[in-house]
Design a protein around this ligand. Sequence first.
Ligand SMILES: C[S@@+](CC[C@H](N)C(=O)[O-])C[C@H]1O[C@@H](n2cnc3c(N)ncnc32)[C@H](O)[C@@H]1O
Length: 566
Amino acid sequence: MNIEIGQPALAGGLKSIGQDIEPSLDAGNLHNATTASIHSPPGNLKGLPATAIPDFPVKVALLPNKGRSYVATRDIQPQELVFVAEAFGTTMCDPWLDCGVCHYCWMNIPDRKAQIRLPSPVDTSCRGKPGRNKKRVPAVMVFCDDICLQRYGPEIAESLCRVEQKLRRPWNEAGARHWKLKALAAPKTTQEGPATGAVSLTPLSLTEQHHTTLIQQALALAGSRKGILGLSDQDLAGFLNCAWGALDSLIAEQVSHILGTEDPARKQDSGVRAYTQEQCEALFPKLAKYLLEGNDEATIAAKTSDDDCETIRLMTEILYRRQPDMSSIAEDTSLDLCLSAERSTREGQRPVCGERATFADYCTMQSNELALVRQQLGEEMDGTDEGRTFCTRPAEGDHSKHIAPWRDLLSILPAHLLDCFYVYLRMRDAYMLLALEEEAASPTLATTLSMDNNLFRAMLYREVANSFGIRDASEELLGFAVFPLACFFNHSCRPNVEKKRRQGNKARQMEYWSTRAISAGEECCISYGDISTGWKERQERLQDMYFFTCSCPRCLEEQLGSSVDA
Ligand SMILES: C[S@@+](CC[C@H](N)C(=O)[O-])C[C@H]1O[C@@H](n2cnc3c(N)ncnc32)[C@H](O)[C@@H]1O
C-alpha cells in the first residue's frame, strides 16, 4: 500500500467537484501576505525515534500568495528524512469497513483467525432501555489483532460503531409524525425593523438569538444567490454564521420543548422524564422534513448515504481524539470563522514538531469554508439566479407559520449548504440518541458528543483540501486520513519531497523524504496527486480540489510553452 494526497473525503460526499473559483479569505489573507517570515524551529519528536531526524530540517514559513509552507532550515541532502507525521483522524470508505483491512494500520489482515471485529457478535455496548434485548448489529470495524485495537483505542472504536448504528437508522414519515414543530415567534424587541446588515459575528451572541431574527439578518446581507456570490469574505462569513446560527437556535428551541427545559417547574422535577423515546427519535427527521425539503408533502431521505457516513466517522474520531486537549481548545470550539485566517497566521508561528497532533493542531489547518461555498454555489447557479420554490402551505396542526421565514432563506442557500445541514442533523440525531441512552451510564459521552455548528464547521471545512487519500498497492482508495502537522507541505508539480507510509505498527505514520538536494530557505513541496497530466488539466484539478493554481517553475515553463505554441 502507499499513500498519496488525494481527493478530499468530501469529494465523495458533501463536496461535488467545481472549477474556477476565487480563493477565499480563509486562504486569501495568507495568500496576500507580502513578506515571507520564517518561524520558530521545530520541537522534539516525542513518540517518534528521537534520532530519526537530526538537526530538524524544516520549519513553517508564510510565503506570498501561498499561505504557510515548510521551508528548509539548512541544506538537505537527497534521500533525507525531513518530517514524520502521525494520522489524527481517519475514515475508511464504506466497502472496506468490514472486509479484512485493519482500521488501525490499514494493512490487509494476514491472520484472519486472529482478527478482531467490532462490535462483537452480541453487542454488549447497546444498553438501550431496561428490558430491551441487546441487539445484534453488523460489524463495522476490523482490526488485525488486539495490539492494533489497543493502539487505535477500544473506546473510540466501540463508540464509532454505535454512532454508525444510529446513523444508519431509517428516518421515516411515520416516525417523524411523533413530533410537531413548536416554533415560537421571536420576542417583540428583536423583531422590530429590518436588520441593517451590521451583523454581530460573535457566535456566542448568535446562539442567543431567535432563529427568525438570524434569518432576517442573513437575508439583509444577501437576498439572492447572486447576492451571496457578491459578498465580501467578511460578509459571507457573517451570512453563514447567521444561517447556521438560525439552525442551531431552532434545534435548541425544539430540544427544550422535548426535554421540558423551557418550563422551570418541569426542569426542577428531574426525576420525571418530560419526553418519550418516540419524540426524541422524531425530532431530527421532522426538522429535516420541514427544512430541507421545505415541503410537507415530500418524503424524507430514509438513510444516511455511505459517503456522508464516512465524513461523520472522521469527525467522530476527531471528537474523541480531542478529549485530552479539550481544555486548551475550549475557546476555539466557538470559532468566529471570520477570524480563522488571522488565527491561522498567528498559530503558524508556533513551533512545529513531530509530536502526536492535537485538536488544536487540527484547528490550525486552513479552513476552506468560504472557498468551497463559493465554488459550489457558482457551479450550481451556472449563470442563473433562480432559487428553489417551496410549498408555503402550512401543515395542519403544526405551528409552522414561525417556520415559514425559513423558506425565504432556504430558497437561496447553495445546495451544498443544504447537504451540510442534512449531515449535521443526522449527526446531531445520532449523538443525541446515544447521549440519552447513556445518560446514567457514561456522563462523559454527552460531553464528548456535544456538537454545535461552530465545531461541526471547524472540523468539516478543515478536512477539505487537507486530507490524504489512503490507497492500496493497486491504487484502490481505502479511505482518508488527516495529518495536521504535515498539512504545511504545499504543492509543486516538480516536488522535492515525497511521502511514504511507514509499515507494520507504525503504519499510521507518514514519512517525508527529500527527492533531491534542497538548499537552506528553499520551499519543501510534495505533489497533490497525479502530476503526469498536461498543464491545463493539472491547473483545473488543483483549482477544483484545492482552490489554487500552481505557479511552480514547471508550470511557468509549460504555460509559456503552450502560449508560444498557440
Ligand atoms: C494542505 S494546505 C497547505 C498549507 C497551506 N498553505 C496553509 O497555509 O495552511 C493546502 C492549501 O495550501 C495552498 N497551496 C498549496 N500549494 C500551493 C501552491 N503551490 N500555490 C498556492 N497555494 C498553494 C492552497 O490554498 C491549498 O488549498
